[in-house]
Design a binder for this molecule. Structure first.
Ligand SMILES: Cc1cc2nc3c(=O)[nH]c(=O)nc-3n(C[C@H](O)[C@H](O)[C@H](O)COP(=O)(O)OP(=O)(O)OC[C@H]3O[C@@H](n4cnc5c(N)ncnc54)[C@H](O)[C@@H]3O)c2cc1C
Length: 571
């Protein structure tokens, strides 16, 4: 006999079947600002795919069936391979197919901005598979320092195919690359690396070495090759380390173990040992740190983009849920205090999108030779650590508050269906990897030290560039003007490490306010200034009285924009 004890009601529906690009007005407005002529056809297609139920199923399966290390075959031979669920490959194939990795390097102006928007959108589908995608994007400038390798590997790094076979690159239609810096005794301080590099001759790829040592974090180990750091006779150097040697033999990269991580479950992060593995010098011997940081700077961009994407996803889930769930006689979204929380989250999410996309524009302009006066290069150098620091730092707090909007359901995994829990576990990764918060703030000081003071100006070149960037917003709101004064003074000769986080936060807030003035609504700009510029609030939901919360929430709602909205249709 079938006994029903109750009816299920007042639960929200799944958030699926939404075109995540068309439903993201802040992102569309950021694109209008940074790449006004761009066709949105590709992003539209990606937005539909990323928001589909089929993609969500792949994301659930890829995360609930994590990768497995196959260290040996059944006869006892080492094979050092990692097996992924078919859904991982479906997602990775989709990301590569949409050109989220190497394609911008072969295309014209605007391509890095478009790719940045696509990266954010894909994060809303599944962030973990983007690890090898991001590294394959970021490796291009660093690899150019060895022209033979760049010529040989570049085209396949930009291919939109996904070829997961464990074969030499000559037999594959597409390849991916990773990076290995972190060792047990030091990650931030890579100069502590102990992996040894011994000269081993020269061939078509240049100076060949053999590496002996280990890496403590080595993500996406099924990539076809890696840039790694090792101690050569002339000092710490950058090497190209392929999974197969040119003669077709498997290189001596032994996977010891896969990390059991808090989140990021679909992606494999390995511990590896090199037992006289063959590797080729990239760049100058002894100059390995700046060489590999050409790659690290771009993965830092992706940390900011990825976190902004995760924030947008968490916000959409919170808005979707609170629009349907009733408590105390009203929909949650109509409860005054919930409005305050949601509007505050919306401000943070849009500001994160704006800052990450601004950095993408600086990358685009500098890579495509559209930076005659060097202004965008200063912005790129300074905003990289700032965006990585501030956006990623805010991510975990943001996810916790968005989760709370869903009540108990937000905390529940439900065999991988609980997306909010997955987002929450993913957030700290972007903050830690590729330089944790303190390292980013210290890098800001380094960037300031590298720019000599200009004799003709009251401030140094970085402070000057920053004041130029925010000039219009400074006139528009007194809180922006006050913060700009503090930032200009702070950037001038800043050396105090203990205060570097404060400076990084202030620059981030200033640039975010300026971007919101240029590309967002009056309601968003004035609420952002009122709530953050004269002293950051400690928790979300403390917006002062008198702000237009309804307008802020309406702008953030993940409903697909139709032609009746006042913003012009994205071309
Ligand atoms: C999921 C995941 C994947 C990863 N994948 C890779 C990968 O593929 N390749 C790779 O090379 N690495 C990878 N990493 C490693 C990551 O980049 C490092 O963990 C990170 O750089 C920090 O290094 P560490 O763990 O040695 O910590 P430490 O360097 O010991 O730092 C610990 C803390 O001290 C702080 N600190 C350090 N120096 C200073 C200072 N001078 N002043 C103030 N504070 C300081 C840091 O900010 C940090 O908060 C991955 C990490 C994670 C979590």
């Amino acid at each position: 006999m079938n006994i029903s004890t109750h009816e299920v009601f007042n639960q929200s529906t799944p958030f699926e079947g939404v075109n995540l690009f068309r439903a993201n007005r802040p992102l569309q407005d950021a694109l209008r600002l940074h790449a006004p002529g761009l066709s949105s056809a590709g992003l539209n297609a990606l937005g539909a795919e990323a928001g589909s139920a089929a993609t969500q199923t792949h994301a659930r399966l890829a995360n609930s069936h994590p990768p497995v290390l196959l260290s040996h075959d059944r006869y006892g031979h080492r094979i050092d391979q990692v097996e992924f669920h078919p859904s991982y490959h479906a997602l990775l194939g989709s990301a590569l197919g949409h050109g989220l990795h190497g394609t911008p390097w072969a295309r014209g102006p605007g391509s890095h901005v478009e790719r940045a928007a696509a990266f954010m959108l894909f994060t809303e589908a599944e962030p973990a598979v983007l690890c090898p995608v991001s590294m394959s994007y970021a490796v291009a400038p660093a690899l150019r320092a060895n022209p033979a390798l760049a010529a040989d590997w570049g085209p396949k790094l930009a291919s939109t195919a996904h070829d997961p076979r464990f074969l030499p690159h000559t037999q594959k239609s597409a390849v991916t690359m990773g990076m290995g810096m972190t060792e047990k005794q030091g990650g931030s301080d890579v100069r502590a690396n102990t992996t040894r590099a011994e000269a081993d001759g020269e061939d078509a790829w240049g100076r060949r070495f053999v590496l002996t040592g280990h890496k403590w974090f080595f993500s996406a180990p099924m990539c076809d090759a890696f840039l790694v750091l090792a101690q050569a006779p002339a000092g710490l150097s950058c090497f190209f380390l392929p999974r197969f040697r040119p003669d077709g033999s498997v290189n001596a990269i032994h996977i010891q173990r896969l990390k059991h991580k808090l989140g990021n479950h679909a992606n494999a992060s390995a511990e590896v040992e090199f037992q006289r593995a063959s590797a080729w010098l990239v760049g100058e011997e002894g100059r390995g740190v700046p060489q590999i940081l050409a790659m690290g700077a771009l993965t830092r961009l992706d940390c900011a983009l990825g976190t902004a994407g995760l924030m947008r996803h968490a916000l959409s889930l919170a808005l979707h849920h609170t629009s349907q769930r009733q408590a105390f006689g009203k929909r949650l979204i109509e409860q005054p205090m919930m409005k305050n929380v949601l509007a505050d989250l919306a401000l943070e999410s849009e500001a994160a999108t704006a800052l990450a996309m601004r950095l993408a524009r600086a990358v685009d302009r500098t890579e495509h030779g559209q930076d005659g006066d060097g202004f965008e290069m200063i912005m790129r150098r300074v905003l990289t650590p700032i965006a990585k620091f501030w956006v990623c730092k805010r991510g975990s707090l943001f996810a916790q508050e968005a989760m709370e909007c869903l009540g108990g359901n937000g905390y529940v995994e439900a065999h991988g269906e609980g997306v909010m829990a997955r987002i929450y576990r993913e957030m700290p990764r972007n903050s830690i990897w590729e330089g944790a918060g303190n390292i980013m703030a210290l890098d800001l000081l380094r960037a300031l030290r590298s720019g000599a003071a200009s004799p003709t100006s009251r401030h140094g070149p970085v402070a000057d560039a920053m004041m130029f960037e925010v000039a219009a917003a400074r006139k528009a709101h007194p809180a922006v003007a006050r913060l700009a004064e503090r930032v200009a003074a702070g950037l001038d000769g800043a050396t105090d490490e203990a205060q570097a986080r404060r400076l990084a936060r202030d620059v981030a807030l200033l640039v975010q306010a300026s971007l919101l003035f240029t590309s967002s609504s009056e309601a968003v700009f004035s609420a952002f200034c009122a709530s953050r510029l004269d002293g950051a609030a400690d928790v979300f939901g403390l917006l002062p009285a008198g702000l237009d919360l309804d307008a802020i929430i309406a702008r953030a709602m993940p409903t697909e924009i139709d032609s009746t909205m006042k913003t012009q249709e994205f071309p």
